[in-house]
Design a protein around this ligand. Structure first.
Ligand code: UTP
Length: 297
């Protein structure tokens, strides 16, 4: 067994154009999902998997992201004076979560470019990447299995999810070979945002990765690809076909609940799905939803 991985990199420097105008002056990762910003779910997931050292890649309008994970003494003092310990605990939840670090991307030249900004902080050890707008339901764990497979195979690991062929053009798609584990595949090739006809499978890469540090060496020479952005998928494609030098790529297939909060429809679904199961909101929301759905049909 290798040294346990402790570092998580969370890219949150994208422009969030699918969510304009909400994201004009605010990062999409700060959009609330029920009563927490999306980014807090992501940091909580990293910490739950033992990744206490979190490097966030930020860009324009970064202040709210940093402030959310910092002390807010004025508010804390006010709530303490009022004796409102429940709300005080909510304020402190995100402050005490992880050992947070930040680096700015400058120009948002793509996810691969954002990851390369983590090189100095990460050093020469494997690390996890969690996209800041992608929520994996905490009831359907994924990252633990990916960390385990990284340790076992000494490869880079991507998370894959079966999507409808009509949706594959929004993702990176994987060509794969089966292994003796039905939840793990060897990735033999990757294509960023292919048309349904060109996609090697309907297995899409979703926003979790556990990467070997060789990814930085590859990203140094990765040329801009789809959308003229430096794509992480293109770097992983090179790693998939150079296993001797880079360790190769495996995929863990995720069959649970996942919400792309950067997509407006998925964002709405995320709020509803997470709220209906909450003890404080579910009992009132469920009958209202049933009634509402009944009135629509
Ligand atoms: P997306 O493609 O979802 O982000 O990137 P985007 O470019 O902000 O989206 P739209 O299409 O304009 O709405 C996935 C993740 O990678 C980060 C984003 O913040 C998001 O968490 N990212 C993307 C960066 O950090 N830097 C980039 O240059 C691009």
């Amino acid at each position: 067994m290798g040294t346990p991985i402790t570092k998580a990199v969370i890219p949150a420097a994208g422009l969030g154009t699918r969510f304009l105008p909400a994201t004009k002056a605010m990062p999409k990762e700060m959009l609330p999902v029920v009563d927490k910003p999306a980014i807090q779910y992501v940091v909580e997931e990293a910490v739950a998997a033992g990744l206490h050292d979190v490097l966030m890649i930020t860009g324009r309008n970064k202040n709210s992201l940093e402030n959310h994970f910092d002390r807010m003494t004025e508010l804390e003092d006010l709530l303490a004076r009022k004796g409102d310990l429940t709300k005080l605990a909510k304020v402190n939840e995100s402050t005490d979560l992880a050992d947070m670090h930040y680096v700015r991307q400058g120009d948002p030249l793509g996810l691969g470019h954002a990851i390369l900004r983590a090189k100095m902080h990460v050093g020469r050890a494997p690390f996890a990447v969690l996209l800041g707008d992608d929520i994996i339901d905490a009831r359907d764990p994924l990252l633990g299995k990916m960390l385990h497979e990284q340790d076992k195979r000494n490869a880079s690991i991507v998370a894959l999810m079966e999507v409808d062929p009509s949706q594959i053009h929004m993702y990176g798609a994987a060509a794969i070979e089966e292994t003796d584990d039905p939840d793990v595949v060897r990735v033999t090739g990757l294509v960023e945002k292919p048309s349904a006809a060109d996609a090697p499978s309907n297995l899409a890469i979703i926003g979790r990765y556990v990467l070997r540090p060789e990814v930085f060496d590859v990203l140094e020479h990765t040329k801009p690809g789809k959308g003229n952005e430096i794509q992480l998928t293109d770097a992983l494609q090179e790693m998939a076909i150079t296993p001797e030098e880079t360790g190769g790529v495996y995929g863990v297939i995720f069959r649970g609940r996942r919400y792309d909060t950067g997509d407006r429809l998925d964002y709405i679904k995320a709020i509803i799905q997470l709220a209906v199961d909450r003890d404080d909101l579910g009992p009132d929301l469920r009958p209202w939803l049933r009634d509402f759905a009944g009135r629509m049909s």
